[in-house]
Design a protein around this ligand. Structure first.
Ligand SMILES: C[S@@+](CC[C@H](N)C(=O)[O-])C[C@H]1O[C@@H](n2cnc3c(N)ncnc32)[C@H](O)[C@@H]1O
Length: 293
């Protein structure tokens, strides 16, 4: 059933209010089919009924927003970047944090968990190296449906084949009734929370590594600026931020800049302090604790 223009306007506004995501005119044709399942499950037969029910049914509003979000993800998406994390970023962080032996990682907009479990696998594959470390691996998403799936760690045959080598699949997943279940030891390495990137960043803050990939694409520039401010606020003064392939901090924020030592990553903007002097690490307008915790 095709929704009326009025119904589409209302759900698009709801999506934007709740998540900051813009649904451009060129993608509006997808909305009726994206909401068909939600409407069928609740016996809603018309756009007008949908609008009326949305006014007083918080669960429906949540499901409508979730159905409109783009949750596309897969294991080790952009594999070269995960290789770079494994071979360059984590060893450098291990050296800088060796006195505290604590690392915290936040994947913002982690969808159904593949990104976070990919990171967990990097740590698990070097278990002996990380023995004695406290690794806090946090995945967040505005979609409660996605976070529920991430917490379960259950993937279909199609999902498990995307990005995961056979060795990793057999080492970290068990076949269960037509799908694949992440082993308990891997799932326990991560925690997942519903969180909106446009709200105050989650705890504990001072994250050593932040991933926020393929989330900012559909924000307008003002919303993207707010998201960048939150990412900068959450990032340790010497932390690393990874955006998606089509995303950049250049021209979007005065707080972050590309890190030329780590192509594809950003860091706090270096603040020039006069000729010949540069302070590496941004001094944001809020207190950021130094790297050692
Ligand atoms: C395309 S997926 C990307 C998943 C993963 N980061 C990756 O690159 O494979 C984008 C995710 O961002 C989430 N998202 C959208 N707006 C958000 C917001 N305001 N706060 C947190 N997550 C958001 C969506 O629910 C979706 O799961």
């Amino acid at each position: 059933m095709e929704l009326s223009g009025r119904a589409i306007d209302i759900v698009v506004r709801l999506l934007e209010q709740r998540t900051g995501q813009k649904f451009g005119a060129n993608r509006r044709w997808r909305i009726s089919s994206a909401l068909a399942g939600v409407m069928r499950a609740r016996g809603i037969a018309s756009g007008e009924t949908l609008i009326l029910r949305l006014m007083h049914d918080a669960g429906l509003a949540r499901d409508v927003v979730d159905a409109l979000l783009n949750n596309e993800t897969y294991f080790f998406r952009d594999r070269a970047l995960f290789d770079h994390i494994a071979t360059r970023i984590l060893p450098a962080l291990a050296e800088r944090r060796k006195s505290t032996r604590r690392l915290s990682v936040w994947a913002a907009g982690c969808s159904t968990g593949q990104e976070v479990l990919s990171l967990a696998m990097l740590f698990a594959e070097r278990k002996a190296h990380w023995a004695g470390w406290t690794i806090d691996l946090l995945g967040t998403d505005v979609s409660a449906t996605a976070i529920e799936a991430a917490r379960k760690g259950a993937y279909s045959q199609f999902e498990i084949q995307r990005g995961l080598g056979v060795g990793q699949m057999l080492a970290f997943f068990e076949e269960r009734s037509g799908g694949w279940q992440a082993v308990e030891s891997l799932l326990r390495m991560a925690r997942f929370e519903v969180h909106n990137l446009l709200d105050t960043p989650p705890g504990p803050g001072n994250f050593d590594l932040v991933l926020c990939r393929n989330v900012l694409l559909y924000f307008d520039s003002e919303t993207r600026g707010r998201a960048f401010a939150n990412l900068a606020r959450a990032l340790a003064s010497d932390g690393h931020l990874l955006l998606g392939g089509g995303e950049t901090a250049v021209g979007q924020t005065g707080l972050l800049e590309p890190d030329h030592a780590h192509p594809g990553f950003c860091r706090h903007k270096a603040m020039g302090a006069g000729p010949g002097v540069s302070i590496v690490g941004c001094v944001p307008p809020w207190p950021v604790r130094s790297g050692s915790r």
